[in-house]
Design a protein around this ligand. Structure first.
Ligand SMILES: C[S@@+](CC[C@H](N)C(=O)[O-])C[C@H]1O[C@@H](n2cnc3c(N)ncnc32)[C@H](O)[C@@H]1O
Length: 405
């Protein structure tokens, strides 16, 4: 394809993307429509991974200009898909020609979600925005197109990812303030901001984001935890003196965790510890399916709040059933959920806290309260404590659940 043909095709595909995202309702206003039309997404994803089914787990197939036809690559760039651009914190698609396994650590988020968040950000001309998670730079380019690069600061943790984003942004003609570092610290040098937007997810809201947002400004992020349960999008209105009030927007979006908030490695002697520790066993009316957001979005998030230091792992021995373990390495505690032949569950717990009793307690109270969905809760951020509570009924019946351990 000649350069002119390729440019023409790109403009045409962008027009289609604008129509498709308008149709889904993700794209609602003229300024963001113009931004999507203006920014060539292909510049930000010259290479990426495409997921394919493997025998046991997802495999990641590299997509680079040498491996597929240019017009096919352009078509893929304008699909409303998230394209993974880094695995395991180091592997980029140029480093392999074969499908590989790995955990995504950077990506170009699907344009529908990117633009829905940008619409939710509710910016006006002249707003100063801090973005956490530059990634490929595509969303940074949209912000820069809409507001002007001088109003946009974007922080990326991973220096190789940041380098590629800087190159792409330069190629596309954008000049935002790019920072390589931990976005959880914000960027005092260009604060105060009117808006903070995070395209990686946090366990609790970093104090720096609150401090660096102008009172009256807002923060848009997702909350997550070590059970991988997301709260969807939340908006926090900053009121000053380290405080903010937030609402859950009722979406089921999730992002990869902000790297310092990701779960820690499990103890090296895990299997010895699990094998040697007998613990106490009892029946439980609540099985591990409550940890699945596909079963109930809110229940899984509340369960995670009950045991913030725990992470899940499934273990089966030989032909035995799959046992779900919740492991809190910091507290040296675990709960093992063991399926019974009559479809009931028993739980074996060990350590100074009964992890499963905490999950049972929170979910029983939530069920007794009529199973309110997450968007019935509000978030209260103070310098010393961050909590979520049911809106309109004070601290009862669920109490104020801390976001921080
Ligand atoms: C989903 S991707 C970002 C998508 C991006 N906005 C785009 O449009 O391409 C999330 C990014 O957040 C970055 N990240 C993770 N933790 C971070 C942190 N603490 N500070 C800044 N960036 C972080 C990851 O390296 C990754 O590149």
């Amino acid at each position: 394809m000649s350069a002119a043909d390729s440019r023409g095709r790109s403009v045409h595909l962008r027009r289609h993307l604008v129509d498709a995202l308008t149709e889904t309702g993700d794209l609602r206003t003229r300024p963001w429509r113009d931004a999507i039309q203006a920014v060539p997404r292909e510049v930000f994803i010259p290479t990426f991974f495409r997921p394919v089914d493997g025998p046991a787990e997802t495999l990641w197939m590299p997509v680079t200009a040498d491996l597929i036809d240019e017009s096919e690559w352009l078509e893929l760039a304008y699909q409303d898909e998230t394209w993974v651009t880094q695995l395991d914190g180091q592997l980029d698609p140029k480093q392999t020609e074969r499908p590989v396994t790995g955990v995504p650590t950077s990506s170009s988020t699907m344009p529908g979600l990117v633009v829905r968040m940008l619409e939710e950000l509710r910016v006006e001309d002249g707003a100063k925005v801090l973005e956490i998670g530059t990634g490929t730079g595509y969303s940074t380019a949209l912000l820069s197109e809409r507001l002007g690069g001088e109003f946009v600061t974007s922080i990326e943790y991973d220096s190789a990812v940041a380098r590629r984003a800087a190159l792409a942004l330069g190629t596309a003609g954008y000049t935002p303030n790019l920072v390589v570092g931990d976005g959880l610290d914000g960027h005092p040098a260009t604060a105060l901001f009117d808006r903070v937007i995070a395209t990686c997810s946090v366990r609790h809201v970093p104090a720096a984001w609150i401090e660096q947002t102008r009172p009256g400004g807002s923060i848009l992020t997702t909350l997550t935890g070590w059970l991988d349960a997301s709260a969807g999008l939340v908006r926090l209105e900053v009121t000053g003196q380290g405080r903010a009030k937030g609402t859950f927007l009722g979406t089921t979006d999730s992002f990869m965790p902000a790297r310092p908030h990701d779960r820690p490695a499990l103890p090296d002697d895990l299997f010895d510890w699990l094998g040697e520790t007998s613990g106490k066993e009892r029946a439980t009316a609540i099985g591990p399916e409550v940890l699945e957001q596909t079963v109930d979005w809110t229940a899984a998030y509340l369960a995670q709040l009950a045991v913030p230091g725990a992470q899940p792992i499934g273990i089966s021995e030989g032909d035995g059933p799959m046992i779900t373990y919740l492991i809190d390495g910091g507290r040296q505690a675990f709960a093992a959920l063991i399926p019974q032949s009559d479809r009931s569950w028993r739980v074996r717990t060990a350590g100074p806290v009964d992890l499963w009793a905490r999950v049972e307690r929170i979910l029983e109270t939530w069920r007794a309260a009529g199973q309110p969905s997450l968007d019935s809760f509000h978030i209260d951020i103070r310098p010393d404590v961050q909590t979520i509570s049911l809106t309109g009924v004070g601290d009862r019946p669920l109490g104020s659940l801390p976001l921080r351990t």
